[in-house]
Design a protein around this ligand. Structure first.
Ligand code: ADP
Length: 622
């Protein structure tokens, strides 16, 4: 401040003295003009003085101007220095902040010069991959070779998309190989710098190690996918169950309507033909024909009832199989012959029945349930004949082996109406029928294949079909070849139903139902056997105690007070050798087992066939 005052004072002094000098010069010049007007030297002196004064003033102005300028530039410089200091300070703060942020985020930094194709990786960037600063070369290649081969494509495309200005930022997630050989997940982010022409010259970015996060995310994704899968599965199950319930409902209604029809039809025939039998004018041939129809329809009813019982047992999980020695060829021939007989199949019939045995030996036996095996064959061959108008029905089997076991593969092939592909799965459902009632009404309850499928399963096999509508069907099923370990019976039991005379024998019929008793009484009339009757189990025991001459008991199993099983046990206690033959309307294979275990010698299922009755009694009475 002091200096400034001094300078201002000096300038003022110089200016005042110059001004006074000029003024004096002018004044003295004018005086000289008046006094020595003709003296030209004086005039020259005056002009010279004026000129010198002007030059001096100009110089003075220049000095002042320079001085002012210098002062100004000093101020600008000072301001610049101040500004620079501030910038440097804020740069320092900013760098500190950035370094702190980088350290805090634990991210690695990379900086790539796109013109020189050089790159800088921060220490953290390298340590993320397990390398020290000196261990990892600062070049692009060293980075690129470590990227997972499956990710290299997406890394390159994201990078180039950003350099082509298609994205505002470069961002990517990829796997990169750590020094230890394992892959880690990186979240890579960056931004490019472009020159005036829009050419990218540099790109800077960061690496974040997201391996743990990615692991959790992957697990979450997996869990989510698993959950979604579960939800899908459950939804599918729910809809299937719903559909099944609806289908089952529909089938049940169809079954009830159908069942009524299936029962009434044979019943109608039985009632009608029985009425006709009362006509006294009938010839014996006419009577025989009526009896044949009554028999046939009665059998239909019995099969229907058997099916209903079987299906009820399947539903209750009570269907049992009794495996024993089973002569496959024998059963095949029996079933085959009985179909030939009942369907009256001849050489010129529109439908032929063929049989192809896989093993020709008559003694070939396996361990399975012969009753159930026969039932399967009857169902399949019965269906094939029912649904075939012309052509043939062929049944047979082959021996096959898979990795572990041998099995028999049976087939029943027909050239009938066939089954549309979409119904293949459905026909094994209970009550299901493929409706084709427009052309012909096929009788049936829709239970046969359900029972068959379950029986095959219980015998250890499986069942399937190949069929085309209007071309025919082939049903296949397998039965494992299990060796029969028990005693081998080669001889087939032959029914001896020739006329007998048992006038010296006595039989006790334990039967509570009058009509059933009457049937047996009439059936045995021709044998002249003496018949006693008990109406319940207790009476049967008492009569056996009182009559030592009883030779055989026909024991109904279901009777009031004391049932047939209990009565058998009691009778066997007093007369262990007295033959007792169980007869039951339950017609279940387990009943046979229970009655034999109670001591019964044999078993007859109602309705009892005359032939079977006579031949069974014959075994014990002679
Ligand atoms: P049904 O007593 O009605 O014959 P099944 O359970 O034995 O009952 O058969 C179910 C349905 O499968 C039948 O109603 C029929 O539509 C179809 N089906 C079974 N076997 C054959 C076959 N060999 N050819 C054509 N259709 C068949």
């Amino acid at each position: 401040m002091g200096k400034l005052h001094y300078k201002i004072k000096l300038i003022t002094l110089t200016f005042v003295s110059t001004f006074l000098f000029i003024e004096r010069s002018l004044a003295s010049g004018l005086a000289a003009q008046f006094e020595n007007i003709k003296n030209s030297n004086t005039t020259l002196l005056i002009y010279s003085s004026v000129l010198i004064s002007i030059i001096f003033i100009l110089y003075l102005i220049a000095v002042i101007k320079r001085f002012t300028l210098k002062k100004k530039s000093n101020e600008v410089l000072k301001n610049e220095i101040e500004k620079h200091k501030k910038t440097a300070q804020s740069l320092k703060i900013s760098k500190e902040r950035f370094d702190l942020a980088m350290q805090g985020s634990n991210d690695g930094l990379w900086d790539r010069d796109l013109i020189k194709n050089t790159v800088y990786y921060s220490e953290r960037w390298k340590s993320m991959l397990g390398f020290s600063d000196s261990e990892f070369a600062n070049d692009v290649k060293s980075f690129e070779v470590r990227i997972h081969p499956d990710d290299i494509g997406k890394v390159n495309s994201a990078f180039h998309n950003h350099l082509n200005k298609e994205t505002d930022f470069y961002e990517n997630k990829f796997r990169i190989r750590h020094k230890n050989g394992k892959y880690i997940w990186i979240h890579d982010r960056g931004k490019a710098i472009f020159d005036k022409e829009g050419i990218p010259i540099r790109i800077v970015g960061t690496h974040t190690d997201i391996t743990e996060k990615q692991k959790i995310e992957d697990e979450l994704h997996q869990y989510q996918a698993h959950l979604e899968e579960k939800v899908k599965e459950r939804t599918k199950e729910y809809f299937e169950a719903k559909e099944k319930a609806e289908e089952s409902d529909r089938l049940k209604s169809a079954f009830l309507a159908n069942m009524s029809h299936e029962i009434r039809t044979p019943m109608n025939a039985i009632v009608g033909f029985t009425d006709l039998l009362t006509d006294p004018d009938l010839t014996s041939d006419q009577k025989n024909e009526l009896i044949h129809h009554i028999n046939k329809n009665s059998n239909t009813l019995v099969y229907l009832i058997d099916d209903i019982i079987d299906i009820a047992k399947i539903e209750a999980g009570q269907l049992k199989v009794n495996k024993t020695e089973c002569n496959i060829n024998q059963i095949f021939s029996d079933v085959f012959n009985s179909f030939i007989e009942t369907n009256n199949i001849k050489e010129n019939s529109p439908v032929k029945l063929k049989l192809k045995k896989g093993i020709l030996s008559d003694n070939f036996t396996i361990n399975t349930d012969p009753v159930r095996f026969q039932q399967i064959l009857i169902n399949l061959i019965g269906n094939a004949l029912k649904y075939t108008e012309k052509g043939y029905v062929e049944c047979g089997y082959e021996v096959k082996t898979d990795k572990h076991n041998s099995f028999l593969e049976f087939y029943v092939k027909d050239t009938g109406i066939g089954i549309p592909e979409k119904k293949h799965k459905f026909i094994f459902e209970r009550f299901s029928k493929v409706e084709d009632s427009k052309t012909k009404l096929y009788r049936g309850t829709g239970l046969g294949l359900t029972i068959t499928k379950n029986l095959v399963k219980m015998l250890g096999g499986k069942i399937w079909l190949k069929s085309k509508e209007k071309e025919g069907s082939t049903f296949y099923f397998t039965i494992p070849v299990e060796e029969f370990k028990g005693q081998i019976k080669n001889e087939k039991e032959i029914l001896d139903d020739s006329v007998k005379n048992w006038k010296n024998s006595t039989i006790l019929i334990a039967e509570d139902e009058d009509s059933n008793y009457r049937v047996l009484q009439m059936a045995l009339r021709r044998t002249n056997i003496n018949i006693l009757r008990a109406e319940n189990g207790q009476q049967a025991v008492d009569i056996c105690k009182a009559n030592k001459n009883i030779d055989l008991v026909l024991m109904d199993l279901k009777m009031p007070e004391v049932n047939g099983i209990e009565a058998t046990i009691e009778i066997k206690k007093i007369r262990p050798d007295l033959p007792i033959i169980a007869q039951t309307a339950y017609a279940m294979t387990e009943d046979k087992k229970t009655s034999i275990e109670a001591g019964c010698n044999d078993y007859l299922a109602k309705p009892i066939k005359l032939k079977v009755l006579i031949s069974t009694l014959n075994k014990y009475l002679n």
